[in-house]
Design a protein around this ligand. Structure first.
Ligand SMILES: [Fe+2]
Length: 315
């Protein structure tokens, strides 16, 4: 009996395999050098007026176009009332420049009010001078003449809009790899006091893993990042890995409504240890806050608005 020539089958399988690798590599390069804009809208009767917030996080010193011109152009087109920064704009690595991250924040601050909460990279650069030298001091010096408002376990109230923003700077023990440490009892209230229930309370908390604890603090909205969307995503499912090297992290990106609270997790704009993104482009998050009569706000993802070709990137 004549069988199918096994050489042909092997050749076809090999060609298919090579094609698949090429497609994956192309998507990886494409996604590592572009960003999308993702919008969410929430209502509250505690807001005194509508407010459009652009939320940027985890840039890790990446550049979209020379001087981040593509990113700045997209922000300009969005015409935000306020820019919130969720941390990790630099990369805490000895000898690595923070210039691109600092410049982007400063450019934003020239046009818009900017509130900036730390991520683990700013925090790490500050507490390990034996490793990072004067990186933290030099970085912070860049902002001395600017209007950037750093929220290092601090809050700011925007009287005109009825918004209060609190920036949480988690201790290093809550960023350990392999395994999650429980937040010490009373840690949040000792670090950041109490939520303001008379305002629309936003909590900028870089690490989304502690959302159950954040929810207990009773914010109206948590804005988080850190997970980079799970680095590579299985389309329509989840991100692959968290910075703590946990597979398929639950809080990998998007809107989470749990424990009677809500959190938007940005997939971030940059990368570091694993310097690629797959099916997971960078992300600019837009939060539309609208005055409304609902005591309990309704929010939702409007889906990706449009893509921005990131141009040549320095990864
Ligand atoms: Fe981070």
């Amino acid at each position: 009996m004549m069988g199918i020539d096994s050489t042909w089958i092997e050749t076809i399988l090999l060609v298919l395999f090579v094609c698949l690798i090429i497609v994956f590599l192309w998507v990886m390069i494409w996604d590592s050098n572009r960003f999308v804009i993702r919008k969410y809208a929430f209502q509250s009767d505690r807001l005194k007026k509508n407010c459009r917030i652009v939320f940027l996080t985890d840039l890790h010193n990446k550049e979209y176009g020379i001087g981040n011109e593509k990113l700045l152009q997209a922000i300009g087109e969005l015409a935000p009332d306020l820019i919130l920064i969720g941390g990790d704009m630099l990369q805490a690595k000895p000898g690595v420049s923070f210039e691109k991250g600092a410049k982007l924040v400063l450019k934003c601050a020239e046009k818009y009010p900017v509130c900036y909460a730390f991520g683990n990279h700013e925090y790490r650069a500050g507490i390990y001078p034996e490793t990072y030298g004067t990186m933290y001091q030099d970085y912070m010096k860049c902002f001395e003449e600017s209007n950037v408002r750093f929220l290092n376990n601090e809050s700011v109230s925007l009287q005109e809009s009825g918004i209060r923003i609190t920036g949480l700077n988690l201790d290093r023990q809550y960023y350990k790899r392999f395994g999650k440490r429980k937040l010490l009892e009373g840690y949040l209230s000792e670090s950041i006091g109490k939520a303001d229930r008379a305002s629309f309370q936003i909590l900028l908390a870089h690490n989304p893993e502690y959302f159950p604890d954040y929810a207990g603090w009773k914010p109206d909205l948590v804005l988080s990042g850190h997970v980079h969307g799970g680095v590579a995503r299985i389309p329509g499912y989840k991100g692959l890995v968290s910075p703590a090297l946990r597979p398929f992290p639950h809080y990998d990106g998007g809107l989470f409504e749990e424990y009677g609270s809500r959190m938007v997790v940005s997939r971030g704009l940059g990368m570091h240890t694993i310097p690629v993104r797959l099916f997971n482009p960078g992300e600019v998050v837009v939060i539309e806050l609208e005055t409304g009569t609902h005591a309990k706000q309704e929010g939702g993802e409007e889906a990706s608005a449009h893509n921005q070709d990131g141009g040549a990137a320095d990864v």
